[in-house]
Structure formats: structure tokens, C-alpha cells
Design a protein around this ligand. Structure first.
Ligand code: SAM
Length: 233
């Protein structure tokens, strides 16, 4: 059974897709999708030998090698000579996803849709999409195995109409759709962050208080020492 996270990404692929899954690991998503959609084809990209071999094994095991190709390469390099229409990059940090997209953006010319699942710092990914001609069209947030995952779907085209002029920075951070929907997973993620921030603030305030009392103590000593040393009795 495919994880809920990868199943949700799969819902945003067209039936007749030729998609690439970059950093595919076991190639679960490409294999699952092609098993369930006879018209689909996929490319599983991997930079590391171990996961690449796992991908090849799973492809053989499910006998989908005629429609799923495992290719070794860094990021979007594996798109060379392959005309994919969708690209999935899941299970990595936002900065890594953005750097893979940035380094390989010339290879994205014919790509219609990006399906991205940053584990952290999704704001970096949203910003990259905004600056590079991909419009955010949908977002999801789910909790699975005690982790909270965000999924971003973006289509090539006009800038996203989801952002508003006044709140764009907040929307890039929290997600324009997610912050409107405020699902249970969204609340859980950001309430956790709010609690963490409040604790940090409290610690900073305590440190300031401590500094203040230390400062008073030092000033007092300076005054006494000056008095004793430099004033005649
Ligand atoms: N995409 C799968 C998922 O979401 O379940 C696997 C995620 S796994 C945590 C990340 C995978 O990305 C690893 O197998 C790693 O080898 C691969 N990876 C990391 N950097 C990469 C890069 N620059 N190009 C291709 N693959 C990369």
C-alpha cells in the first residue's frame, strides 16, 4: 500500500502522464501509478546508487520496466532527452527542492506541472515557484505517522492568483490555501511552532532580565570603587 502522502500526490497526476519522480528512492510512486494507470509512463531519478538499485528492484518485481525507467543523475539532469510533462519532488527539505529546481530550470521548459512535497521550509519552494513562472494551484497538509506534510501543486503559466497584495509574505510562509482552510493538521503544525516561539521569547526575556540585574550590580561596584579610590576621606 502506498503511503497517504504519496497517494495524495498521485491524485494530481493526469491519467496519461509521463512524469519524473526526482529522488524516487524505491520508486514506489512511479510503480504504483503505472500499475494503476495503463496509459502512464514514468522516470525514477536517483542520485545515489543504493536507492537507485532499490528502485530497479521494485520496477522488476512489479514488472513495469517497459513503462518505468530508473535513471541515475543529480536532480533534473535525468530529464535530458526525456519529454516529461510532470515532475514530482517529494520527501526532501524545501531548500534542497528549490536548489534542484533552480539548478535544472532549463530542463523544465516543457513541464506543465510540478508536484512538490517539502518536509520543511515550504516557503522557500513557494517563493521559487512565484519567481519562476509556476502558479501555485493547490496545496494540501496531512498528518501521517506523526509527521505533518505539505504538498504543493503548481502549473506553468500566469502568476498565482492565490496571493493577495497585503498578506503575500504570510501567505508564502503558511500557504495561501492552507491558511484559509485551517485544517486540523495545519493547526497542529503551527500551534506547535507558536508554542516553540513563545518559549524562545520567554527565555530571551529572562536573559534580558538577568542582564539588567547584572548591569545594576556592576554599576554599583563601579560607583563604590570610584568613591573609595578617588575621593579623599
Ligand atoms: N521521494 C521519495 C518519497 O517521498 O518517499 C523518497 C524520499 S527520500 C527521503 C529522498 C531521496 O532523494 C533519497 O533517496 C536521495 O538519495 C534522493 N536525493 C537527494 N538529493 C537528490 C538529488 N539532488 N537528485 C536526485 N535524488 C536525490
Amino acid at each position: 500500500r502506498l503511503s497517504e502522502r504519496l497517494s495524495l500526490i498521485a491524485e494530481y497526476l493526469p491519467e496519461e502522464t509521463y512524469f519524473a519522480d526526482i529522488g524516487s528512492d524505491h520508486a514506489y510512486l512511479p510503480v504504483y501509478y503505472c500499475l494503476n494507470h495503463p496509459e502512464a509512463k514514468a522516470l525514477a531519478g536517483e542520485v545515489n546508487e543504493g536507492p537507485l538499485n532499490s528502485a530497479k528492484k521494485v520496477i522488476e518485481e512489479y514488472e513495469v520496466h517497459n513503462r518505468v525507467e530508473a535513471r541515475k543523475g543529480d536532480g533534473l539532469d535525468v530529464l535530458e532527452g526525456r519529454n516529461v510533462s510532470e515532475v514530482v519532488i517529494a520527501g526532501m527539505g524545501g531548500p534542497l527542492i528549490a536548489s534542484i529546481l533552480e539548478r535544472g530550470k532549463d530542463r523544465l521548459r516543457d513541464v506543465r506541472r510540478l508536484l512538490l512535497q517539502p518536509n520543511i521550509h515550504s516557503e522557500i519552494v513557494r517563493r521559487w515557484l512565484e519567481e519562476n513562472g509556476f502558479a501555485l494551484v493547490d496545496e494540501k497538509i496531512i498528518e501521517e505517522n506523526n509527521h505533518i506534510y505539505e504538498i504543493l501543486i503548481a502549473d506553468r503559466g500566469a502568476p498565482s492568483s492565490l496571493y493577495t497584495k497585503d498578506c503575500k509574505e504570510t501567505e508564502l510562509w503558511l500557504g495561501p490555501i492552507l491558511m484559509k482552510e485551517k485544517t486540523e493538521a495545519f493547526r497542529k503544525k503551527w500551534e506547535r511552532q507558536l508554542k516553540k516561539n513563545m518559549e524562545i521569547l520567554h527565555k530571551l526575556e529572562l536573559a534580558v532580565d538577568e542582564q539588567e540585574s547584572k548591569k545594576k550590580e556592576i554599576i554599583k561596584e563601579i560607583d563604590i570603587l570610584k568613591e573609595v579610590l578617588y575621593h579623599e576621606n
